[in-house]
Design a protein around this ligand. Structure first.
Ligand SMILES: CCCCCCCCCCCCC[C@H](O)CC(=O)SCCNC(=O)CCNC(=O)[C@H](O)C(C)(C)COP(=O)(O)OP(=O)(O)OC[C@H]1O[C@@H](n2cnc3c(N)ncnc32)[C@H](O)[C@@H]1OP(=O)(O)O
Length: 719
């Protein structure tokens, strides 16, 4: 709703009221329509100020309404009525003016913003475009290039940048509403014609065609199949080439296409999923709202390889004091230089002072004695990690939370090496740790709610999207990756090429196909794990046929490449060839193709034609099937956790929502039917056998993904 009052005698003050972000719900829109009418009809009122309650102007249209039959006044005529008013209307922008919130402000005649306010049109991130006149007014106000930049990227800008661009008229460091009221009084009675942005001609830009062509090309490259950024460019083009009302028609038409698209549903699901993972819970009953984190002022990092360095940087950038430990003197010196460089570059990018003095370095593990939390980031080797945990348990002060940065080792086993296993959790960072947004926080059966809450809160402070997950081999992300990779190898055996598999996945929207990704991260990484698991043994040594291990179908292709020293980009050869060791441009490798032919011949395999659809089904449905197993095992609280992990850590295209959302969009029945089909064709591949949760969801009528938690609870209680 919106509240009305009169201030300073002649200013009508309208306050939007819809906590926490004053989203433009039907009630708020109705409130604005009513209060504007009241202010304009009051002869005592000379000017109007619109503000938001609790220091927040407006977070835009109410996204929760999008899935409903939206009632109440429409935004477009509401904003037109404000712009057409015969008394000046001033937006007092505190906190945020985003999406429809900024569009409302652009309909006002003047905008006064607090210096800490952030403004933007982020609709593109929700699979939409600014459809309340944003695509038509913003280019008219600030020019086509700047408007294109803001609208296609959905970037938030500061008040200072907004002032520089001409989005706002005044910035204040003090009381925004007081400043806006004063401003309103100063312009009361002045002509308003020149203040109605919809009447402005779009500022001329030289070679408009070349500009739009260039932006469209960039957007198509970076959007990888996302339709909203393209529609945003088309809408701004309408502003630049058509009269305002025709431009508005085009905006509406484009919005109608986006609004009903699966991509918009996926991106809006992702928005709420990201918030849902913050409300974590564990099977033991620990919860985000009842578990109190321990304060962390001093954090320590043990092991300063690539991961440890990134973690130290992320901690220092989050304002913590960091003790960085590396036992080898030479490596410590190298790490110190590297960490300082990363901090300096990061600070330069963000326009702040580098937090160099936040990090102290030591080669002695005893230096961590006073740390509130320690993150062990030594080499991925259980014996080594065990030793470090025993040492940490001996040297740390009581109450220190001990975390292991591992991509899949048993957190519970490490906890058992310490005196206080309840204070041990996993923190699975993704490389580069100071850049990648995802963090898996892994709790074991003994981890205390406080330890989980502490790691989750620290992740948030470091700017990570943190997801609480249970302790199992590979946790969530890597556990699901295993069947995906396995299918990719099997497809090569059956006749596919790395190029074909990668093309299918890249056209789906992954930034890189599985083989290019594997070349980038290094084939030796997986080889080491398979060797440790007793899988990658030479044929003779295992005493089993080459393509069977531990009673299941196995592809030794990756191992054979490693035996040839083909580790991917770092050696200049892997599934592809590169111009040099460390080269990044993959090209098809004739050697690899004849190697595959020889391999198939040796094992009596006859290559068959494999199409892109089969690649997608085999790779993605096997991964999704594992996701259902993870849900069934109670490793995560809901499908949102899995989807956020895949979108933020594994390159799953955001406009497809994540694997579990994608499965629900494809239709659970269809996923089940195709898994059954592929399992029948490959009965020796357990990962293709549909998991019982998937079957049970299908028999309960394939509920939409937002109802799975509820169904899961019910199914579990029936067990
Ligand atoms: C045939 C059919 C034709 C159909 C044509 C349809 C025409 C429809 C016409 C519509 C015209 C609309 C035009 C407009 O351009 C569209 C929009 O405005 S879309 C919305 C744009 N705004 C945003 O994208 C902002 C989203 N929010 C954020 O980025 C952040 O929440 C924030 C505002 C920066 C605040 O961040 P934080 O402080 O970190 O807080 P949280 O993120 O945790 O949020 C707190 C709480 O608020 C909820 N929330 C936030 N924004 C909205 C919102 N816009 N609507 C509803 N709810 C919102 C958020 O979910 C949190 O709640 P929780 O999920 O935790 O319960």
């Amino acid at each position: 709703m919106a509240q009305y009052s009169r201030v300073s005698g002649s200013v009508g003050l309208i306050t939007l009221q819809n906590p926490p972000v004053n989203a433009l719900s039907a009630a708020v829109r109705q409130g604005i329509v009513d209060t504007v009418k009241r202010a304009l009809g009051d002869p005592e009122v000379k000017a109007v100020v619109i503000r938001g309650q609790n220091g927040v102007f407006c977070g835009g249209a109410d996204i929760k309404e999008f899935g409903t039959n939206m009632s109440g006044p429409h935004l477009v005529p509401m904003i037109h009525a404000i712009e057409a008013a015969n008394k000046p209307v001033v937006a007092a922008i505190e906190g945020i003016a985003l999406g429809g919130g900024l569009e409302l402000a652009l309909g006002c005649h003047y905008r006064v913003a607090h210096s800490k306010a952030r403004l933007g049109l982020p609709e593109v991130t929700l699979g939409l475009l600014p459809a309340a006149g944003g695509t038509q007014r913003l280019p008219r106000l600030i020019g086509v290039p700047a408007a294109l930049d803001l609208i296609t990227k959905g970037r938030h800008i500061t008040a200072a940048e907004a002032l520089q661009l001409g989005v706002v008229d005044q910035v204040t460091g003090h009381g925004t509403v007081d400043a806006a009221v004063k401003f309103a009084l100063s312009v009361a009675g002045k002509p308003l014609d020149a203040r109605r942005i919809s009447t402005y001609p779009c500022p001329r830009t030289s070679d408009l065609d070349a500009l739009f062509e260039g932006v469209m090309q960039k957007v198509r490259q970076s959007a990888r199949g996302a339709i909203a950024p393209i529609a945003c460019v088309q809408a701004v083009r309408a502003a630049a080439t058509l009269p305002y009302l025709q431009g508005m028609e085009r905006e509406k038409e484009l919005m109608a296409t986006l609004f009903t698209s699966g991509q918009a549903r996926a991106l809006q699901y992702s928005f709420f999923a990201q918030r849902a993972v913050g409300r974590w819970s564990t099977p033991s009953g620990a919860r985000w709202d009842t578990s109190k984190p321990r304060p962390v002022h001093i954090a320590a990092v043990i092991g300063l390889g690539t991961m440890g360095r990134g973690i130290a940087v992320a901690l220092a950038q989050a304002g913590l004091s960091v003790i960085a430990v590396e036992t080898q003197e030479k490596q410590l010196m190298e790490a110190k230089q590297a960490v300082s460089g990363m901090l300096e570059r990061g600070a330069k990018r963000r326009g702040v002072a580098p937090a160099l003095d936040k990090v102290s370095y030591s080669h002695d593990i005893k230096a961590v004695a006073d740390a509130d939390l320690v993150i062990e980031a030594v080499f991925e080797d259980m014996a080594l990690k065990r030793t470090v945990f025993r040492q940490l348990s001996a040297v740390c002060k009581p109450g220190t939370v001990l975390c292991t940065n591992t991509s899949g080792l048993d957190v519970e086993h490490l906890a058992s090496q310490t005196r206080n296993p309840q204070l041990v959790v996993g923190m699975h960072f993704f490389a580069p740790a100071h850049v990648m947004k995802l963090l898996e926080v892994v709790y074991g059966p003994q981890s205390s709610p406080q330890a989980v809450a502490t790691a989750m809160q620290l992740g948030k402070k470091m700017g990570k999207v943190s997801v609480a997950v249970g302790n199992c081999r590979g946790f969530v992300g890597n556990r699901m990756l295993k069947p995906y990779l396995e299918q990719a190898f099997f497809l090569l055996e059956e006749g596919a090429t790395p190029e074909l598999v990668d093309r299918a996945l890249e056209e789906f929207g992954f930034p890189m196909g599985v083989f290019k990704m594997s070349d980038l991260s290094g084939l030796d990484v997986g080889w080491r794990v398979r060797k440790a698991d007793g899988l990658a043994e030479p044929v003779g040594a295992s005493g089993q046929p080459a393509r069977i291990r531990q009673g299941q179908r196995y592809s030794p292709l990756g191992d054979l490449l490693c035996e040839q020293g083909r580790f991917g980009q770092k050696t200049g050869r892997g599934w592809y060839q590169y111009d040099k060791s460390g080269g990044q441009v993959a090209s098809s490798d004739p050697w690899l193709h004849s190697f595959l032919e020889g391999y198939r011949a040796m094992h009596g395999l006859v290559a068959r034609r494999i199409d892109l659809q089969e690649v997608l089904e085999r790779c993605l449905y096997a991964l999704i099937n594992e996701g259902f197993r993870i849900l069934e095992d109670g490793i995560v609280a809901g499908p949102e956790d899995i989807d956020i992990i895949y979108v933020f850590g594994y390159g799953w295209p955001r406009h497809r929502g994540g694997p579990m959302f994608y499965a629900s969009m494809v239709g659970l029945e269809r996923v089940l039917e195709r898994l059954e089909h592929h399992h029948k064709a490959h009965p020796d591949v357990p990962h293709l056998q549909p998991c019982s949760l998937l079957r049970r969801l299908v028999s309960s009528g394939s509920p939409p993904v937002h109802r799975w938690r509820e169904v899961l609870k019910k199914l579990n209680s029936q067990l």
